[in-house]
Write a protein that binds this ligand. Structure first.
Ligand code: XIL
Length: 388
């Protein structure tokens, strides 16, 4: 049977429309044309209709179920991913089922952060991250590793340890080696450094910059390359989705790293936005950074709404998801689009942004929202979608 997988998303949509026409034509006109019989029995018409319906793929729920965001994205040459929370992955079969079919890539939401991996010095706990990497292997999904150097999620023993700079450098190098070797060959892309910039585009003050100075970023990339030469190494940032001081700082940093020969392969744009954000500059930003000689990706897309939601925000949210996809699709070096959670039941927004929520593609019951349909549409036939 022809499915969206086998004929490609764009032609499948055309085919579905043709199908409705074909069946209508067949029911009304074909009997008289082919059989020359104006008074064909109703039963025969029904029989012929059934034969056609079996031969021609119909726009039925069965067929639609086979079209996932994962398929649509892959037909357009990008990977569609999601962040995954450790608790629901372990405990919730409905969450797991949807995750397994809908996404081509997964990012552990917290399980690979330093304080989760090594809460006590020297005692690594890979259990949660291993569970997700195993899940990804079983479902043919790639994994984004998130993240190796970040000013947050630094375990207490490290931030409060008073280590001198030379020892601290050794600890960071050792951490990168330990974690990346554990997943060598299984995690294809790493967010090596996360959120290294301040709002004004200079390097962000924080544990690593304050203790190691600006070279900690270049060092982390070099150590990461040595630990897993096959992995793609990304710098991941938020708030650079439109032009401004931070975006300029990001471009300057990437240029500088490239000029020094630092092994950086890509730049991730987190893209945590609120529903009123139409993401007007995102495509230009992605293309601008890509011209510096790196891949780009949207790495943490979610679109928060003020609660309780109103019709306008629901519409705006749908628009933003589509706009993000169009920005990536219109950038040849945009490799992937990852959403930061796929159900409103499991999302960081309500707990981190008081009064906001409902930021993801599916509602709490895993039913598709307007955001889902808008993203699917943008991945399919972007020209005819909302705002396309
Ligand atoms: C968030 C997680 O979603 C939360 O569960 C956690 O409590 C805090 O971190 N930018 C990032 C992500 O790079 O790691 C953050 O994830 C969201 C913002």
């Amino acid at each position: 049977m022809i499915t969206p997988n086998s004929i490609g998303a764009r032609s499948w949509v055309d085919w579905r429309n043709m199908n409705a026409l074909a069946v209508g034509f067949m029911l009304l006109a074909l009997p008289s044309l082919t059989l020359g019989c104006r008074q064909l029995h109703a039963e025969r018409r029904v029989l012929i209709a059934i034969v056609f319906l079996l031969l021609v793929p119909a726009d039925s729920p069965d067929v639609r179920q086979q079209t996932t965001l994962r398929d649509l994205a892959s037909a357009r040459g990008i990977t569609l991913g999601t962040a995954v929370a450790a608790g629901p992955l372990r405990d919730d079969p409905g969450y797991r089922d949807r995750l397994g079919v809908e996404f081509g890539s997964v990012t552990p939401e917290d399980a690979l952060k330093w304080s989760a991996l090594e809460p006590i010095r020297g005692q690594y706990d890979f259990a949660d991250a291993d569970r997700l990497v195993d899940f990804a292997t079983r479902h043919g999904q790639s994994v984004r590793g998130h993240t190796l150097v970040w000013h947050l999620s630094v375990p207490g023993w490290l931030s409060g340890g008073g280590y001198p700079a030379t020892e601290l450098r050794g600890i960071l190098k050792g951490h990168i080696e330990t974690v990346m070797s554990h997943y060598r060959g299984r995690i294809a892309v790493w967010d090596v450094a996360n959120e290294v910039l301040a709002e004004d585009g200079t390097l962000r003050r924080g544990f690593w910059l304050d203790n190691l100075g600006p070279d900690y970023i270049a060092d982390a990339f070099r150590w990461a390359r040595a630990a897993d030469p096959q992995a793609k190494l990304y710098l991941n940032e938020y708030g650079a989705e439109h032009d401004g001081a931070k975006a300029q700082g990001l471009r300057a940093l990437v240029k500088d790293l490239k000029a020094q020969g630092v092994p950086i392969d890509g730049v991730g744009f987190q893209t945590h936005v609120m529903a009123s954000n139409r993401l007007p500059g995102l495509g230009d930003m992605l293309r601008g950074v890509a011209t510096l000689g790196v891949d780009v990706a949207i790495t943490e897309l979610d679109v928060g709404m003020q609660l309780p939601v109103d019709a306008l925000s629901v519409h705006q949210q749908a628009y933003a998801y589509g706009a993000a996809a169009r920005a990536c699709l219109s950038t040849p070096r945009c490799r992937s689009l990852t959403v930061w959670g796929f159900t409103d039941a499991v999302s960081w927004i309500p707990t981190h942004y008081f009064g906001f929520g409902a930021a993801t593609l599916l509602d709490e019951t895993l039913a598709a929202k307007g955001a889902y349909h808008s993203l699917a549409c943008a991945l399919t036939i972007e020209a005819t979608c909302l705002g396309g």
